[in-house]
Design a protein around this ligand. Structure first.
Ligand SMILES: [Zn+2]
Length: 303
């Protein structure tokens, strides 16, 4: 499908349902995770399982499904010895997602993430990788690009956004957030089990004022815990007058697998999603640890 249907529904004030985590669902159906590339190689190694995961999300009510390209960034593929598979792996991911969405009112979002990018390596070294990833995915027939700036400092987010300016399809931006000691919202993450202190970067509100000078598409709070998401959505609503959304996570990363924790029931997830919706979130889904049952539960919000 084209993006116009999604855009139209957003303009009408409706809610768009995004899929949940891909890696976690691939784990559940028995796909093998790669030490370095996590679920990135599944597109090549377990294409049938990936197709099943996408189909399951569509049947659960997702309006937008995300390509399994979060971990197959050119920079991480080079790092883990898969340099010769960058294009093949990413294009295969798109092909599978498009096969699942074919003939349905479902859009395919190409995930361009910050997986494997570190500020200490220098922003200038990120540019070729971001550009390559954006080029491969935007030319592959996806309906939109979702920039998944997880666990990233502002300079990385800014670099990614600037690279995306060359792309002619809709761009969504997602950011992960944490609380600091004073319960203020910062860019950062806290899902590394070996590190009990959250990584805290820039103040979220201050960052938003910088971001909105270079980005006008939807902004989503993603890969953040539920309570952080609740507060971050309020800040987003007050400081960004365009489309906003949320897709939080649950659990933590213990490479190469995502560990599911704190047993939240689908109905509880729906209640939380209702609250994000009441605070202005129009695009709602799930990230790592949020799966089919939760997406199915929240799919009633689109009506
Ligand atoms: Zn996640």
């Amino acid at each position: 499908m084209t993006y116009s249907l999604i855009d139209e529904r957003l303009k009408q004030g409706k809610t768009i349902i995004l899929d949940g985590g891909i890696g976690g669902e691939l784990q559940k159906v028995g796909a093998k995770m790669d030490k370095g590339l996590w679920c990135g190689r599944c597109s090549l190694d377990s294409p049938d399982k990936l197709l099943k995961v996408h189909n399951n999300y569509i049947n659960a009510g997702a309006d937008v499904i995300t390509t399994n390209t979060y971990a197959s960034t050119p920079i991480s593929m080079k790092k883990y010895g898969y340099e010769n598979l960058i294009e093949e792996c990413n294009l295969k991911s798109v092909e599978i997602a498009k096969e699942a969405a074919d003939g349905k009112n479902v859009a395919v979002a190409g995930s361009v993430s910050t997986y494997g990018y570190f500020l200490k390596d220098g922003v200038e070294n990120m540019l070729p990788s971001f550009n390559d990833h954006l080029k491969i995915l935007s030319n592959s027939g996806v309906d939109l690009i979702i920039l998944e700036a997880m666990s990233s400092q502002y300079d990385i987010v800014e670099t990614l956004l600037k690279c995306s300016k060359k792309i002619n399809i809709p761009i969504w931006l997602s950011i992960s957030c944490v609380f600091d000691r004073n319960k203020e919202i910062y860019l950062g993450y806290d899902d590394d089990v070996k590190n009990d202190k959250p990584q805290i970067y820039e103040n979220f509100k201050d960052t938003l004022h910088k971001i909105k000078k270079i980005h006008s598409g939807p902004i989503l709070v993603a890969h953040s815990n539920m309570s952080v998401t609740e507060e971050a959505i309020k800040i987003l609503k007050d400081n960004y007058k365009k489309t906003i959304g949320a897709y939080p996570n649950r659990g933590y990363f213990e490479k190469p697998e995502w560990k599911f924790s704190d047993n939240i029931q689908p109905k509880d997830y729906l209640n939380k999603a209702k609250s994000w919706k009441n605070n202005g979130a129009q695009i709602i889904g799930g990230c790592c640890g949020i799966g089919l049952e939760e997406i199915k539960a929240i799919s009633i919000l689109k009506n």
